[in-house]
Ligand binder design. Structure first.
Ligand code: RIB
Length: 310
């Protein structure tokens, strides 16, 4: 089986459900708060594990109970957590998430130990990069660590996938050269390319990224589906599946992970994106980050049921 390696963040999510997002200066009341393991990197690892991929994670947490909750969740999903670094002098990352009645969220991340993942950590665990077939990054760890890790991944001939979330102010253009597949959402694509009204200019935005060195561009557009521009394949749109959205947290992370799992199994870019679309559609029907990630059986059932209804 091909090996996946996720290099990235682990957080404990503190999620509150509200009717509407608070405006500046507004106080609102929520009757619920949930503590759920999250973090864009850990969510990807959890999703890949739930889909029964051979997946390891490299990241950093503190010596605290939040880390224990996170480790237990990843272990339950079958992720190799042996390279997750426990820092004595930093706390586990925390995300404060507000989810409104439409299921949309806004997130503030306190990086904690995620901010300590360094190029030296990559060097220490370089055997993991050499053993992996697909290496995945997001941007909740230092950008120089991502740049170095992606550079090493490319040097070893691995498939490098980047979920550019959140886009930092100092995004280094050099990174594009080491990325095989980039998976921004609409907002991230706009921030990366500077192109306004992305929906109207998807081909131009994708071409912009490909001219910088990225081979394949996959854009998640929420209820407008997915846009895929892969090298050697005709550009295509994959429509969103009609589901009842409860909470969109981790939808993008699980989409990217599911896409990578299928790609590692030898599926085409389009087949992988179609499968990933099913996974993220299920994720948005459930609350929380890792708590919303389905098993392979649940995804297969969902695909069967959707096909039968056509
Ligand atoms: O993408 C969702 C994730 O973003 C949450 O789990 C939160 O931890 C933040 O990293």
């Amino acid at each position: 089986m091909k090996k996946l390696l996720i290099i990235g963040s682990l957080n404990l999510d503190m999620t509150v459900n509200v009717d509407h997002m608070p405006a500046v200066g507004e106080t609102i009341i929520s009757d619920r708060m949930h503590l759920v393991p999250g973090g864009k990197g850990a969510n990807q690892a959890c999703a890949a594990g739930c889909l029964r991929a051979d997946v390891a994670m490299l990241g950093a947490v503190g010596e605290d109970t939040y880390a224990d909750i996170q480790m237990a969740s990843l272990q339950k999903a079958g992720v190799d957590v042996s390279r997750i670094i426990r820092r004595q002098d930093a706390s586990t990352g925390v995300a404060f998430i507000t989810v409104n009645s439409e299921g949309d969220n806004s997130i503030v991340v306190v990086s904690g130990a995620n901010a300590t993942l360094s190029c030296e950590d990559i060097d220490t665990h370089i055997d993991l990069l050499k053993e992996a077939d697909v290496i995945m990054f997001q941007l909740e760890i230092p950008i120089e660590t991502v740049l170095y890790g992606a550079k090493m991944g490319k040097k070893f001939g691995k498939t490098v996938i980047l979920d550019p979330a959140p886009v930092p102010k100092d995004f280094p253009e050099e990174l594009y050269r080491y990325v095989d597949v980039i998976k921004p959402n609409e907002t991230e694509l706009q921030m990366l390319t500077g192109i306004a009204d992305i929906e109207e200019h998807l081909p131009e935005a994708a071409d912009w990224l490909r001219k910088k060195g990225v081979k394949h561009v996959l854009v998640t557009l929420g209820e407008k589906g997915v846009y895929l521009e892969a090298e050697g394949e005709a550009a295509c749109r994959i429509p969103a599946l009609q589901v009842e959205t409860v909470d969109t947290t981790a939808a993008g992370d699980s989409f990217t992970a599911a896409f990578a799992v299928m790609l590692a199994q030898g599926k085409s870019m389009k087949e992988s994106a179609v499968f990933a679309n099913y996974v993220s559609a299920l994720v948005v029907t459930r609350k929380g980050a890792q708590s919303s990630i389905p098993s392979l059986e649940e995804v297969e059932d969902f695909i069967r049921q959707t096909e039968q209804m056509k």
